[in-house]
Design a protein around this ligand. Structure first.
Ligand code: SAM
Ligand code: SF4
Length: 322
């Protein structure tokens, strides 16, 4: 079992399998050329699998595959199948922009994927184009529908941005409500790679928009993540939505996760600059070295995040997986 210096059991790993993406979201990588890197520059998936084997042996129970855009990776379905074969009880999840999801939803379900988080920042074609620089709404919605049809546990992620999509908080909430899937509103995290003038809504501003139409009560911290949950009760039906406010550190005391970046670095906390490079150990399938680094990473996990509102994070979300 992996237990850190503050008694927290670490049983959840988020893995960014590529930094490449088919979108250029304003809050993530707007200024990066469309042709960054190639499949060959990504850490080979067999290497990542050597890391996963070690992590599962040490008690990891949940693995989220993210990116960049994870569905751009050739062999992603086989990769997930191999994780499932290592241990069918592992809760395998994926975070995607859904642009390539529709034809992959069925094969992904068949190989053991259980959950999908899908980024959906708008229901307007022009706004999706403006945020992601891609005319992708139709494909995103097809991806969501295909995932729903396959019976995945789905969550929709929205990052509400001032003067861009902040008028759609209620629309996205109601889209999720009608589809019967949860919505998580994520506060924009300032970072050096985002478009300069990007401003996000804070949790309080998001809640103010929702309370114009709905009454809701505070539930508790999401046991699957750092979201704070709220329940809308109307006409006997209840609907739960969440807000992820990374500017708080309330969720640090129950944090159970570490990250593996697309560059092969083990990151103990998203808002902490330390990381351990295990790329070479993964390339050689050196499980002794991987285990040593994994233990060191857990030992180095800080008690709280070092997030500072006045300081811009240098971390690239497309490398760490968000
Ligand atoms: N490409 C996939 C996607 O967009 O879902 C997976 C990778 S993306 C980095 C993972 C999550 O990070 C997405 O839900 C995205 O909205 C979120 N994200 C990226 N940059 C962010 C930022 N600056 N602030 C808050 N959330 C961000
Ligand atoms: Fe790509 Fe996801 Fe970043 Fe958007 S948030 S640019 S979809 S990695």
């Amino acid at each position: 079992m992996l237990v850190d210096s503050f008694g927290r059991t670490i049983d959840y790993i988020r893995i960014s399998v590529t930094q490449r993406c088919n979108f250029r979201c304003v809050y993530c990588m707007p200024n990066i050329p469309m042709n960054i890197g190639s499949e060959e520059e990504d850490v080979p998936l067999e290497g990542v699998l050597s890391f996963i084997k070690v992590a599962i042996n040490e008690g990891v129970k949940k693995i989220r595959i993210t990116g960049g855009e994870p569905l751009l990776r050739k062999g992603i379905v086989d990769f997930i199948a191999q994780i499932y074969q290592l241990n069918p009880d592992i809760d395998i999840a994926l975070t995607t922009n859904a642009y390539l999801l529709a034809p992959l939803a069925k094969p992904l379900k068949e190989v053991g994927l259980k959950r999908i988080n899908i980024s959906l920042d708008s229901l307007k074609k022009e706004t999706i184009q403006c945020i992601s620089k891609r005319n992708g709404l139709e494909k995103i919605l097809q991806g969501i529908e295909a995932a729903k049809k396959e019976g995945f546990l789905i969550k929709l992620n929205m990052v509400p941005l001032k003067n861009i999509n902040d008028d759609e908080v209620l629309d996205i909430l109601e889209y999720g409500m009608h589809l019967g899937v949860g919505v998580r509103f994520i506060e924009f995290m300032e970072n050096a790679h985002a478009k300069n003038d990007t401003k996000g809504l804070k949790a309080r501003e998001i809640l103010e928009k929702i309370e114009k139409k709905y009454t809701f009560k505070l539930l508790q911290q999401d046991i699957f993540g750092p979201a704070t949950l709220f329940e809308i009760t109307q006409a006997q039906e209840s609907y739960i939505f969440g807000i992820i406010a990374p500017h708080n550190d309330d969720f640090c005391k129950t944090c159970n996760r570490i990250r593996l970046s697309s560059e092969g670095k083990l990151i103990p906390c998203l808002y902490h600059e330390n990381a351990i490079d295990i790329k070479e150990a993964m390339l050689y399938g050196d499980s002794q070295e991987i285990l040593k680094s994994l233990k060191l990473c857990i030992e180095n996990k800080p008690e709280k995040n070092d997030w500072n509102e006045n300081q811009t994070s240098m971390r690239a979300f497309y490398k760490t997986g968000g």
